[in-house]
Every structure is written in C-alpha cells, then in structure tokens.
Design a protein around this ligand. Structure first.
Ligand SMILES: [Zn+2]
Length: 316
C-alpha cells in the first residue's frame, strides 16, 4: 500500500496523522537532498517506481568533503603507486584499493549522512541493498517489495559479468562504466527503476550505436523543441538522470504528473519541491554534453596522474 492509499483512504486514522507528520519531518530533514527525498524515497514508497538508487558518497550533501577525507587517508598509498617501479605496481595498486575500501568504511559508513539515509529508508518502510561500484564508491538501492531483492542481486551479477567481459577483452569499450554496453543489463535496470519501455528502448539503441550518443540526442531534442516555440513538458523528466525517448513522451510525462498529483494531496510543499526537481532534471539533460566534456577533461588529467585506479565519476 502506497503513501497515497494510507493517507487518503483512512484520513482519521491515527497512523495517517503520524504519517503526515512524517512527511513534514522529511521535508525539514537537512541531511538529504530534496530530489533524493522525492525521487528516490517517496516515489518508491508510493509505488510509482519499484526501485531507485543513489551513489554514495557523491550524492550526500557532504559528499565532496567525505571524498576528500578518503583521499587524505589514502595519500601515502597513492604516492607509493605513483613512485613504484613497474614490477611492484600491481601489488601496490591492490594495497591502495584495500586502503580505499577501509577508508570508505571509516569515513562514509560512520557518517551522519549515511545514517540519515538509512534511517529514512527504515521510516518509510523501504528495504535497502548496498553494492560496491569502485573501492570508494557504493550504490545504495531502495525498494519495497522483498521479491525485488533477488532480481536486483541478479542484475548486479549481470553487471559484474559485463565488466569481466570487458576486462578480458570480449568487448571493446572506452567508457568508464562498461556495463553500459550490456543491453540485458540496461533493459533490466530501466525496468526496475520504473522507466517507460519506449524510453529504455531508445536509450539502449543510442548507447549501443556507434554514431549517436544518448546525452547529445536528448539535449538536442530539448533545443529542437524550444526552436519550434513549444514549451517543454518538465514532467517528462520525472527523475534525475533519466532520458525520455522524446521530450513529448506521454508515458514519461504521465509518471511525472502522477507523482505531482499524489504529492500535492499529501503536502503541497512536496509537490512544489517536485516541480522544481523536474525542472532541474530537464535543465541537466540539456546541459549534459557540456558537463560530460568538462568531466572527461578532468578525468583525463587525473587518470594521467593515477592510471586507472579508481573512478569518481559523479552521477550526472
Ligand atoms: Zn518514452
């Protein structure tokens, strides 16, 4: 039962009053980004999406500071890798990775941000599953349905296999996250995150294509629409990092509208906030090609220094 049903069907119920105050508390919570409260927590709690995830510590408010502290703790090991002679490099890289893992535990898992994110999942009756993406980067998944856990674990297995394929040279890739090249993984992930089928299909086609690029296509679609003088339907950008097959995709827009309508019944502050989130999401999609170029330049500088040890690609 979603938050909508809980509140609307039993308005005089004591639980619903408590639930209402829970949303006010959530709104006032300062440890979580607003878009995470709505898109990653409430949309899953309300049954609009089966699952969501955040990348930690990047999506914590103090993510930059936590990352800096991890770097600080790994400075000596990093220095050893940089100074190493080729025959010792592999062992020292392994040592650095272990140090990154230990530092992640020490810095991130004990942080107030981490505790607040887990506590809110619990309060909204969401289950969580955490997985390591890189030694100092984890993903934290949120879902309601206990049956989803198995599916999610299988999905993460698919990702591991896709990565191994890339590493052993089965597939050629130049992008940091090689699982982006597995259509099986992308289709399952898209479905699990509640993305419309048409949008997932288009995403996979673009991702696997040699001559187009999801980000450039999606950004151009927004500009083309603007040029026709039509107003952009921000609800089609119903969650961050989602690319509708088209800015006029009805399936995507309906999900955004549905969320907005439900939130406005629960608390108008929430729906106003969500409206801002969708605008930010659309703006981000428009800016993506530029951000990626900037990111690549930064990454190139750091990989030149480090070799491919760890990747701190933000969830942009
Ligand atoms: Zn679509």
């Amino acid at each position: 039962m979603g938050f909508h049903d809980r509140i609307l069907r039993r308005p005089k119920n004591r639980a619903s009053i408590l639930t209402n105050s829970l949303y006010t508390e959530l709104l006032d919570e300062t440890a979580l980004h607003d878009y995470i409260k709505i898109e990653d927590y409430l949309m899953v709690a309300g049954g609009i999406r089966p699952c969501s995830f955040i990348t930690i510590p990047a999506e914590f408010k103090d993510g930059v500071e936590l990352g800096r502290r991890i770097d600080e703790l790994c400075k000596a090991d990093l220095q050893s890798v940089l100074m190493a002679i080729p025959s010792e490099k592999m062992i020292l890289i392994q040592k650095l990775k272990n140090q990154l893992r230990q530092s992640f535990k020490r810095v991130v898992l004990t942080s107030n941000s981490y505790k607040a994110h887990l506590l809110w999942a619990k309060r909204l009756l969401l289950r969580t599953k955490e997985t390591e993406v890189r030694p100092s980067i984890h993903e934290l998944y949120f879902f309601q349905d206990s049956k989803l856990k198995k599916k999610l674990e299988r999905l993460l297995e698919v990702r591991k296999t896709a990565r191994k394929d890339t590493r052993t040279g089965t597939k050629e890739t130049t992008i940091a996250y090689s699982e982006e090249l597995s259509s099986e993984y992308l289709a399952s992930l898209g479905k699990m995150l509640g993305y419309p089928h048409c949008c997932v299909k288009r995403y996979i086609e673009d991702r696997l294509s040699q001559d187009t690029n999801v980000e450039i296509r999606a950004s151009r679609q927004i500009r083309d629409l603007r040029n026709t003088g039509e107003e952009l339907d921000r609800f089609a950008y119903f969650v961050m990092n989602f690319f509708p097959c088209n800015p006029t995709c009805r399936a995507a827009s309906e999900l955004g509208k549905k969320t907005f309508d439900l939130l406005s019944i629960v608390n108008p502050r929430l729906s106003n906030l969500y409206s801002e989130c969708t605008q930010n999401n659309a703006d981000l999609v428009e800016k993506y090609p530029k951000l990626i170029t900037q990111y690549r330049e930064k990454l190139e500088q750091s990989t030149q220094k480090l070799g491919k040890i760890d990747d701190d690609r933000p969830k942009i």
